[in-house]
Design a protein around this ligand. Structure first.
Ligand code: FAD
Length: 281
């Protein structure tokens, strides 16, 4: 029997510091067969093990069509992620996955797509953006609204010029420190609603960020007439096993690790537990 808790060994091939507290790691599975057969959907996550320390769920930030490697973008906040911060190319970690539900990627074909992300929440949406860029003709209008605390906290900035050739990218920050040049909006991510071009008709919304942000995003979009059955949210609840056994990440009867992290908004709104502040009830 295959042990679902046994991680695959992965070698770090590249480390890129995105911001003062967040790093993108490129990994290559040591085992050749795993390298060739391993696959995932945009929006899924892996459990990453730092040996001797522990493991943490981290979204996959590369795209399925990025073959031969997998990337994760990690904010260093606690035991595992701070241990990862000390790793360098050539070091190994354990990876098990991919787990959870992905974004409804194939439902996006032929539709407008609105992506709304806050902070590290852009990481699980980067695979969607990368796939959209590679299959651009299959989608209608694609708009990305992204907010971070300050300009220095924005992830993937080096990729923004290329992204902008394929999608409408609109940026905002909570605050601009004195002396920092910033040509975009200032305010929470919903501030961008006033200038976005996305319309409710035929648009699928994908959102990920702090729950408080997603609450106001969903509330605002429902108010503007976006359809609740075409809004998808990624819920990053604390979790442990990653395979629906331990119950740590339960929301009512649902497991975030197995039934999520991506949920149709309507599914969450129907749960007895108040999620996202009970928006839509
Ligand atoms: C599906 C999913 C996808 C994710 N994707 C990403 C990603 O792409 N990138 C990323 O950086 N993070 C991601 N996360 C978040 C990441 O898993 C957490 O930050 C994780 O806790 C980090 O592990 P750690 O051991 O470094 O931190 P921990 O030591 O677990 O600490 C993390 C933070 O939680 C606090 N904390 C510790 N214990 C508790 C507790 N019992 N109750 C409340 N707070 C506590 C700590 O003070 C610290 O601020 C994701 C989470 C999920 C569920």
């Amino acid at each position: 029997m295959i042990n679902p808790f046994k991680p695959e060994i992965a070698v770090i091939t590249e480390v890129f510091k995105e911001t003062s507290d967040t790093t993108t790691y490129t990994f290559r599975f040591k085992d050749e067969e795993t390298r060739e057969t391993w696959s995932f959907e945009p929006g899924q996550f892996n459990m990453i093990t730092v040996f001797g320390i522990g493991e943490a769920p981290i979204s996959i930030s590369s795209a399925p069509s990025d073959t031969g490697f997998v990337q994760h973008t990690v904010r260093h906040v606690g035991n595992v992620t701070n241990a990862l911060a000390k790793k360098k190319p050539g070091d190994v970690v354990g990876i098990r996955g991919a787990y959870g539900t992905g974004w409804p990627f194939h439902q996006l074909y032929g539709r407008n797509v609105l992506i709304v992300a806050g902070g590290i929440g852009l990481a699980p949406l980067r695979p969607v953006i990368r796939e959209v860029m590679r299959q651009r003709d299959r989608f209608k209008e694609v708009e990305v609204l992204y907010g971070a605390r300050t300009p220095g906290d924005m992830l993937f900035v080096r990729e923004f010029p290329e992204w902008s050739e394929y999608v409408k990218l609109r940026l905002t920050v909570d605050t601009v420190p004195p002396g920092v040049k910033w040509d975009h909006k200032v305010g929470v991510v919903t501030t961008l609603f006033s200038e976005m071009s996305s319309q409710p008709s035929n648009t699928v919304v994908l959102t990920c960020g702090p729950e408080i942000m997603m609450k106001f995003v969903v509330r605002g979009l429902l108010h503007m007439g976006f359809s609740p059955d075409r809004i998808y949210v990624s819920m990053e609840r604390r979790m442990h096993c990653g395979v629906g056994k331990c119950g740590r990440c339960q929301i009512g009867p649902r497991f975030t690790c197995k039934d999520g992290p991506v949920f149709a908004y309507e599914e969450l709104a129907a749960l007895p537990e108040e999620v996202l502040g009970g928006v839509g009830r």
